[in-house]
Structure formats: C-alpha cells, structure tokens
Design a protein around this ligand. Structure first.
Ligand SMILES: [Zn+2]
Length: 240
C-alpha cells in the first residue's frame, strides 16, 4: 500500500471571517456546520473511509486506532498522537504554528501522527507515537517522517528560560529570532530527535505558518481574536 500525505491550506472551504475558509477545528469558535462541511469535503477529496482527528491537549498520550470512530464521536479524547494499520483511515493533526508530525513505516504498513507544539514536543510526544507504531509492528529504521508547516525559528520568540528548558530536553531547538531575541525552532529539535530514534528519512515542509498568508497562524492572527486550524493528514492507500 502506498503511504499518502496531505497538508491543507486556508483555501477551499465554507468557513468565513477569521476562520476563512478551510478551518478544520471545532475548538476555535467557528460555525460547527461550516467545520462539518469542510471535514466532509476533506474526506471526499482524499477518497478515504474517514479522517480521525486528535483531541489535542498539548500532552503525550497516543491512541492506537483499530476501528473508524462513528460520525458523532468526538476527536480522539485526550490524545496528541495516534497510530493505525487500517487502510483508508486517515489520521489528522490540526495546527496553526505547532509542528504536525506525519510518520509512516511503509514496510510494516503502519502510519502515525503527532501534534508537537512546544509542550508536547518537549514532553516526548514523538517518541511516544513511534512506540505506539512499534506496537503495531513498525520499526523506526523503516520509518519516514514529514514535519509539516509550523512557526519558524526566526518568528517564534519565547522567554530565555523557556528556550533553555526546551533546549535541555530537545537539543537543537534554541534559536535567535529575527529581532535578536531568544527563540525556538521546534522542527530542528524534532528532526534531531527523530535521527536519534533511528528514523533516517525525514522531510521538512519549508513553510512558516506566520509568514505564509495561505496558512493559519495563531501567532500572527490568534492573539487578538481567533483563527482556524489546518490539517496534516496521512493514510495507507489500499487502491492498487
Ligand atoms: Zn517564519
């Protein structure tokens, strides 16, 4: 089976105002009917049986998905990672600056996703997701990873103490912003962590959510109001 990956943008949906137009999160104050329509469109365009979204609490809990949840079930409660071996069932991370991590072992035919914001990344959500994939037969050495669009190191300003705390557990993350202040580039730290875990094939989407107006960014748009969430999605495509 082929491993497929898709990252959405703001384009193509029914949401309006600050959520325009393809917001996929129910948790940001958007009209639920618009989100539902956007999610139905996503599943239809991908040609999958269903898309399973993480509940996302900035934690490290990972769910193994062994059945497609019903249409009225909530996003996987209490999870920031998921793994599955089910063909045609897509796993999705919602984000607007946090790092979406898409993982796949094409040999074992297992995929996984992680929502790696500062707290989850520092807490180890990515190794937890690889461990859950391992319980389905995946091995890190056969895994490939994609780090999706996220805030870049030049735009992610944090207090110096926070930068140092993250650097201590996710080495390589510390940066200096374009203003010369302490910053974080979580994708650099996560990339190094994946290499140390044995994942050799790692792709990084170069886009910065703050700089790219086609993407949602909480840092850019959410501080004084609301914004939407894009989805990074992966699945095993059973079509021959
Ligand atoms: Zn940037």
């Amino acid at each position: 089976m082929r491993v497929r990956r898709v990252v959405t943008t703001r384009a193509g949906g029914r949401s309006t105002g600050p959520f325009a137009r393809f917001n996929l999160s129910y948790g940001v104050g958007d009209d639920p009917a618009a989100v539902a329509a956007n999610r139905r469109r996503l599943a239809r365009e991908l040609g999958v049986q269903g898309v399973v979204f993480l509940g996302q609490l900035h934690g490290t809990r990972v769910a193994v998905v062994d059945a497609l949840p019903g249409p009225d079930e909530p996003d996987l409660p209490g999870t920031d990672g998921a793994a599955t071996a089910l063909p045609g069932v897509a796993l999705a991370v919602l984000s607007a600056d946090c790092v979406p991590v898409l993982l796949a072992d094409p040999v074992a035919e297992v995929v996984g996703v992680a929502h790696a914001g500062r707290v989850g990344a520092a807490g180890g959500v990515v190794p937890e997701t690889l461990a859950a994939m391992g319980r389905l037969g995946a091995s890190a050495g056969n895994c490939e990873a994609l780090l999706g669009p996220a805030v870049c190191g030049q735009d992610y300003e944090v207090p110096a103490a926070m930068r140092d705390e993250v650097e201590a557990v996710l080495p390589g993350s510390a940066t200096r912003t374009r203003r010369g202040t302490p910053g974080l580039d979580l994708r650099v730290g996560l990339r190094r962590q994946l290499v140390e875990l044995g994942v050799a094939r790692i792709g990084v989407d170069p886009r910065c959510t703050v700089e790219d107006p086609d993407l949602y960014s909480h840092r850019r748009d959410g501080r004084n109001g609301s914004t939407g969430r894009l989805a990074s999605v992966t699945w095993l495509d059973p079509t021959p």
